[in-house]
Design a protein around this ligand. Structure first.
Ligand SMILES: [Zn+2]
Length: 223
């Protein structure tokens, strides 16, 4: 990083004019993100433009994460096109990676994902696909994972809703080793923990953890 005290200053959107009054506040630095020269405090690593963009990305990422888990109609209607696009693309990616069916992202699928995203989340999608795969492994009857039967076909979303209810019910059944239930009974505790809001709390933790990781990554890569 080259740093030289600036003699003849010409304003630029990449600069940090708020730094100028401080000691060492008017240096020419090279932005670690875009390689452009900018004027600001000697210790700065990024230009103002890259800094603002990173903040916008973080805000968008946080909002998309929150939107992915909401079924609130007003919130869904307030989504911007790019937020909705981000969400349905991530649904498609999750479908491809969970099923292994490398199908294209095309207009007819976009519309199907739009309808899907109004009723279900990416977590729902992953839960149901894994549940169906498990049923098949166990030899139980289950729906096909093909896009036309799982997502876009006639009645597909109603069937998805039913599968989701069953998958959620199965996920709530605790898996204890046979001896553990006896121990719990002997100590007069219930066999299974009561289903509560613990899942929701877990989701919140996951989301804030992801945001912390994002911040850490951003700091490491200097943007
Ligand atoms: Zn920059």
């Amino acid at each position: 990083m080259s740093e030289t005290k600036v003699k003849n200053y010409e304003p630029s959107a990449r600069d940090w004019p708020g730094d100028f009054d401080y000691e060492n506040g008017q240096y020419q630095n090279k932005c670690v993100s875009c390689d452009s020269l900018f004027i600001g405090h000697k210790g700065r690593r990024t230009c103002k433009k890259c800094f603002d963009t990173a903040n916008e990305i973080e805000a968008l990422t946080a909002r998309v994460r929150a939107l992915q888990n909401t079924r609130d109609k007003d919130v869904l209607l307030s989504m911007t096109t790019s937020e909705r696009d981000t969400i349905i693309r991530s649904l498609h990616q999750a479908y491809v990676s969970e099923t292994g069916y490398d199908i294209k992202w095309d207009a007819s699928r976009v519309f199907a994902w739009e309808l899907f995203s109004l009723r279900f989340t990416k977590e729902d999608l992953i839960l149901v696909i894994r549940w169906i795969k498990k049923q098949k492994r166990l030899g139980n009857p289950a729906r096909e994972l093909m896009f036309r039967s799982l997502i876009s076909g006639w009645n597909a979303l109603s069937s998805f809703e039913e599968d989701l209810q069953r998958a959620k019910a199965d996920a709530r059944i605790p898996r204890y080793a046979p001896g553990k239930a006896d121990v719990l009974r002997a100590t007069t505790r219930p066999d299974a923990p009561t289903p509560s809001t613990e899942r929701k709390a877990g989701d919140v933790l996951k989301a804030s953890d992801a945001l912390a990781k994002f911040r850490e990554w951003r700091e490491q890569s200097g943007i």
